[in-house]
Write a protein that binds this ligand. Structure first.
Ligand code: GLA
Length: 728
């Protein structure tokens, strides 16, 4: 049993293999957070809470004369707003009498077998190998009939604890929920750093580390998506933590819309971190009997540095968030025509790309933007999901069949959530676009956003997509989303604070219904590359286009940052042409392949335009993809260096430590070069391994401690694959 409760039903231990999370409902009914960290025995740690009479930190009525009991200082699970805790809170309620108070007390608990589901939202699920366990704690607001259910999921073997929140109005009067965060983590002692993953379009998820002090650290999004700019996943770690050592706590939100995460030290040096839906532009009205479900936060603790933490997230997201056939099934090597043709294609151009690709072993052609409506540039046509047969020289079925006849699969691009003003859809339904009546809307990429919170909009999209997917042999869909949301308004309800969340729920609803209709479809998420690369999207699409930037050297930074939370199997990564379309940089074909191999692999160029030597390399790379698939997609991933040095290296090790694969890319060159020495990790110290670089056989212990020095310093942008194989 991963969840243990004392006989009074007030002390809760969530035990994973290596960590413990402990809570205690005290005699006043406040749910206190007593501990999260390295595993402890089932003993009450409430004694760790040091109480004191702190000036200007008031006391709740039950405290009586005891001035040392203050919500402003106590570590809590669900701090409410307006009732004496002046730090960041998780829930804010406006009652019908105009008052604002959220004062919750413990009512009871329940333990459920298996993991919990959240209506309409993604959540970790059980697998054949591991079932989660769920603790539900119920709290009641003191002066109203608002109930809160706190959900805690425990995945013992994976060292993961999840949190989610349900707020229910059981009273007669309306209640306004102005904030409902999913998770509060209070740390009473010690210093922490916060690592966030920040960037911009085509340069996503660069780690940034800052000490948590009294100045509030906060990142988030109000763009309607999780965004390129900040990612809904952060690490809190001890200031001493490194790649291999030290305490690390991960907070990862399974949600694809507006979010916030912050951390700050209070007046007594205690750290509070909170995470959830961004309260900016958020306000929900709960009528009698209505409930609100806040999304899941996936927590994990490791005392083995960033590497240990990443391993835990990789496993849990791969095995318990991704769903469907492609959790196990091998992903096809694809070729996408976007950077090869942009909008300028016809059937023959596509067939020429497909024929060449198939002759080199590539398994799927993905037809990107431009196959529908009037769409020869990005200024028109979105929303008109009708095949442009004139441009394709025939039906989509005919094209799909021709691709299938080559022995390839066929994939198609959609951007369901958008509409161009120059489209039949917009002309017929201008009110389906998100815009405020009487105001000119902002345009992003010259397009507007569809109101995904409206069922008729989703029904139209489902009908169009179903029609297209059932009338042509389509194996894969790239689901794109190419602008941020603003000018929010909806014709179907007047509480605009509900819009952003309803939008995200609408997107999830459409994805869910599409997958129910086409369960074997492989979905690749995308939002101008990695603008919606989050755990929520992985519930629907096991791979996400990592970035619109395909430059192999920039990809080192992007894939490095992405790897802290997200498994390599989820990162769409392609070999593209040089000079690179985003950076103008020229890198060797081999290096582009080596970098893309550490991802859901593919090509994005016209292979008829590359040299014969490079075509031969494609064959070799496809063979390498298959040869190393178990390692790259299911193996354990190690960052061997950051991307900021002279070279960047990373490694995969298989489950039984019989094989390891290192990729090393030189990022710069220097005169009179210093030697290149690289480490190796994760081998079995007792086994003997042959290294493909120099054919030497040494024990795992020797390789891991001694490392490997390259005989020749590779040139700028050159790369190597090095294999270690255990001797029988
Ligand atoms: C976005 C995607 C690209 C491509 C284009 C098509 O930018 O990230 O990969 O699909 O849209 O318009």
């Amino acid at each position: 049993m991963a969840i243990k409760v004392d006989k009074e039903g007030r002390l809760f231990h969530l035990q994973t293999k290596d960590s413990t999370y402990q809570m205690y409902a005290d005699e006043k009914g406040i749910l206190l957070h007593t501990y999260y960290g390295k595993k402890i025995d089932e003993e009450n740690l409430r004694g760790l809470i040091c109480r004191a009479d702190v000036g200007f930190s008031g006391n709740p009525p039950e405290a009586g004369e005891d001035r040392s009991y203050s919500l402003d200082c106590l570590p809590q699970e669900m701090p409410g707003s307006g009732v004496g805790d002046y730090r960041d809170d998780c829930i804010r309620l406006w009652h019908s009498d105009g008052s604002m108070a959220a004062d919750f007390r413990y009512v009871g608990y329940e333990i459920l077998a298996g993991s919990y589901r959240i209506p309409g939202l993604p959540a970790l699920h059980d697998s054949e190998e591991e079932q989660g366990q769920t603790l539900v704690i119920t709290l009641k607001e003191v002066a109203s009939q608002v109930m809160v259910c706190l959900y805690y999921g425990v995945f013992e073997a994976e060292n993961v604890i999840t949190r989610a929140v349900r707020v229910e109005n059981q009273g007669k009067e309306d209640v306004i929920l102005d904030e409902c965060l999913s998770c509060c983590l209070d740390f009473q002692f010690g210093d922490l750093d916060m690592v966030t993953f920040a960037g911009r379009h085509a340069m996503e998820r660069g780690p940034e580390r800052n000490p948590v002090g009294r100045t509030r650290l906060e990142v988030g999004s109000v763009r309607g998506t999780s965004s390129h700019q900040y990612n809904p996943a952060v690490i809190l770690c001890s200031p001493q933590a490194t790649e291999d050592f030290g305490d690390c706590y991960g907070m990862c939100l399974a949600y694809s819309g507006n979010f916030v995460v912050s951390a700050q030290k209070d007046q007594r040096g205690q750290t509070r971190a909170v995470m959830g839906i961004n309260p900016r532009q958020f306000s929900f009205c709960l009528k009698e009997g209505e409930a609100f479900d806040a999304p899941q936060v996936i927590l994990s603790y490791s005392d083995r540095g960033f590497t240990g933490l990443s391993h835990q997230y990789h496993r849990i997201l791969r095995e318990h968030m991704c769903r469907g056939k492609y959790v196990r099934a091998r992903r096809p090597v694809l070729i996408n025509n976007w950077e090869a043709t942009y909008f300028d294609f016809n059937e023959e151009k596509l067939m020429a790309i497909a024929r060449k690709a198939s002759s080199l072993g590539i398994e799927m052609l993905v037809l990107d933007d431009g196959w529908f409506g009037k769409r020869d540039s990005d200024n028109s046509g979105l929303g008109d999901w009708f095949v442009n047969e004139k441009k394709l020289g025939g039906s989509l079925k005919r094209l799909g069949d021709r691709i299938h006849d080559l022995g390839m699969q066929f994939g198609l691009w959609f951007e369901p959530e958008m509409v161009s003003q120059d489209s039949d859809l917009y002309r017929a339904h201008p009110d389906w676009a998100v815009q405020v009546p009487g105001r000119e809307p902002n345009r992003g990429r010259n397009q507007l956003v569809l109101d995904m919170s409206r069922k008729e909009v989703r029904d139209y999209l489902l009908e169009r997509m179903t029609d297209i997917l059932s009338n042509a042999p389509i194996d894969y869909v790239k689901w794109d989303m190419n602008r941020s949301v603003c000018d929010i308004y909806s014709h179907t309800y007047n509480r605009i604070g509900e819009f952003y969340h309803r939008y995200v729920c609408g997107v999830y609803d459409l994805l869910e219904r599409l997958l129910a209709r086409f369960p074997d479809l492989l979905l690749e998420g995308c939002s101008g590359g990695g603008g919606r690369f989050d755990a929520g999207m992985l519930y629907y699409s096991p791979q996400i286009w990592c970035s619109d930037n395909t430059d192999a050297i920039n990809r080192l930074d992007i894939q490095y940052g992405t790897s802290f939370f997200y498994p390599v199997s989820t990162m769409g990564s392609h070999v593209s042409a040089v000079p690179n379309h985003q950076t103008g940089r020229v890198t060797p074909f081999q290096t582009r392949g080596h970098v893309a191999l550490s991802g859901s692999f593919g090509y994005e160029l016209d292979l008829n335009k590359v040299t014969e030597e490079e075509q031969a390399l494609v064959k070799e790379q496809v063979a390498q993809f298959h040869k190393y698939y178990e390692l790259t997609h299911e193996g354990t991933y190690y960052r061997l260096s950051g991307p900021a040095g002279r070279f960047c290296a990373w490694e995969f090790v298989d489950a039984d430590q019989s094989q390891a694969l290192e990729t090393l890319v030189m990022t710069s060159a220097e005169g009179n070069p210093m030697p290149v020495h690289t480490t190796v990790k994760g081998l079995d110290p007792e086994k003997r391994y042959r290294c493909s670089y120099n054919d030497m056989v040494c024990s795992g212990r020797t390789w891991m401690n001694g490392g490997l020095t390259l005989e020749r310093v590779p040139g700028e942008y050159e790369s190597l694959l090095i294999e270690w194989r255990a001797e029988e």
